[in-house]
Design a protein around this ligand. Structure first.
Ligand code: HEC
Length: 82
């Protein structure tokens, strides 16, 4: 019985973690990606994670330090799942 509760707790905290990381990506996207072009430009595109990674890292390059590699990763994860 204890084990079952433990397993549920692990699964639940994993789901919470995944959610908060997507939420973080969403907030980063809204704050970091609106400077040069409209957010709609990204929102209307459907791409997989690998394609978004390529783009967000390219954008991070344009941003001249405004977007870090870590932030580009989180934004790519959000955009791939939106
Ligand atoms: C410093 C300015 C700048 C910032 C900040 C920026 N972009 Fe861009 N973006 C550009 C420019 C310039 C282009 C057109 C040239 C190109 O596609 O490389 C572009 C093009 C794009 C495109 C179309 C390219 C394609 O291949 O479909 C998407 C999607 C995009 N940006 C998404 C984003 C996202 C997501 C972010 C935040 C991580 C972001 N941009 C932040 C300047 C910027």
């Amino acid at each position: 019985m204890k084990n079952a509760i433990f397993t549920v707790a692990i699964i639940f905290s994993g789901a919470l973690y995944a959610c908060s990381s997507i939420q973080e990506g969403k907030e980063l996207f809204a704050s970091k990606c609106a400077g040069c072009h409209k957010l709609e430009r990204s929102l209307k595109e459907t791409k997989n994670l690998a394609e978004w990674r390529k783009i967000t890292h390219r954008m991070a390059g344009y941003s001249d330090g405004g977007i870090t590699g870590k932030e580009a990763e989180k934004i790519a994860e959000y955009l791939a799942k939106k």
